[in-house]
Design a protein around this ligand. Structure first.
Ligand SMILES: Cc1cc2nc3c(=O)[nH]c(=O)nc-3n(C[C@H](O)[C@H](O)[C@H](O)COP(=O)(O)O)c2cc1C
Length: 299
């Protein structure tokens, strides 16, 4: 699928903690700038509300894949109906990392049912939980059971493969062997990512894994990249090392916190301008001319 820009907005959950308009403000900015948006399962607004703003503009749905296959089928079908054109399955967050600051502050927005918009509007979830407003803690516990499944295997990807005709992209790949397993089990693309270094302490930097993975599987699948994209030069390097496009995460969330839709627009528009200049300054007129030979790799 051709994309209007080499940048997509990464799925960032619970954006109401940054701004009350959350993913809807991001959607308005994304559409105006023609940057595709990937919406998280744990968004603060529903996939339908966000999809309505985005209309025909490209948007993908990121799936946190839990134990309840009926919920998985239900939410994928809602995403399809709301015009999402790919399913991004995140595999590196099946357990939350040891995050000292969150533990110290007893910080977990889900405790207050923040970020549960898609669960609290889902017929399968509601049939199981009853009236969610009665007991927020019980709703949160039910969500926690539904949210992820640490025991799922590569073969289980077939569950997702079977319930949608949309392209399935696996996010959180850090090794060529896993990239091959993802493809063997039906993935149409991968996102090389270490979740911005927020999951496995001591994990290899995502950019250091990119070339090896792209060399192995880049001819068979679409390779995307995130974690640490901040400037035009970061995008150029990732594209030269084999990515077909990159995802931007925290920078747009910071823009949202500071200025809502306008804040997201400023951050992303500045990055797009920086990318154009970097491409020109590197002597290229299109991404087709960008390859590893353009880089001086220092080992
Ligand atoms: C606050 C926060 C929430 C996130 N939520 C999600 C999420 O819901 N789904 C997901 O796949 N990744 C999530 N991510 C990971 C991002 O999609 C991305 O992989 C990561 O932030 C690295 O990109 P960056 O360095 O540009 O931020 C989250 C990251 C942050 C910082």
């Amino acid at each position: 699928m051709p994309l209007p820009t080499p940048v997509l907005l990464a799925p960032v959950g619970v954006l109401s903690i940054a701004h009350p308009e959350a993913e809807v403000a991001v959607a308005r900015a994304a559409k105006n700038l023609r940057v595709p948006q990937i919406v998280s399962t744990v968004s603060s607004k529903t996939i339908e509300e966000i999809g309505e703003v985005l209309g025909d503009h490209p948007h993908w749905f990121q799936l946190y894949w839990g134990r309840n296959n009926d919920f998985t089928r239900s939410i994928i079908s809602r995403a399809e109906k709301a015009g999402y054109s790919a399913i991004v399955v995140t595999l590196d967050t099946r357990l939350f990392a040891w995050r000292e600051r969150d533990i110290k502050n007893a910080y977990l927005p889900f405790l207050y049912n923040e970020g549960l918009a898609n669960y609290l509007t889902d017929p399968v979830f509601l049939a199981e939980v009853g009236d969610p407003s009665k007991d927020k803690m019980q709703t949160m516990m039910h969500f926690a059971n539904c949210f992820s499944n640490p025991s799922s295997t590569w073969e289980d990807l077939s569950v997702i493969r079977k319930c949608t005709k949309l392209p399935v992209i696996v996010k959180g790949i850090q090794h060529a062997d896993d990239a091959k397993r993802a493809i063997d089990n039906g993935a149409d693309g991968i996102v090389v990512s270490n979740h911005g270094g927020r999951q496995l302490d001591g994990a290899i930097g995502a950019i250091d894994t990119l070339a090896g993975i792209a060399d192995e599987v880049g001819s068979k699948t679409t390779v995307l990249f995130d974690s640490g994209i901040r400037r035009g030069a970061d995008v150029f390097k990732a594209m030269a090392l084999g990515a077909k496009a990159v995802l931007l995460g925290r920078p747009y969330a910071y823009g949202l916190a500071l200025g809502g839709e306008q804040g997201v627009t400023e951050v992303v528009a500045n990055l797009l301008a920086d990318i154009d200049l970097t491409l020109g300054l590197a002597g290229c007129t299109s991404w087709k001319e960008v390859s590893k030979e353009r880089l001086h790799i220092v080992s």
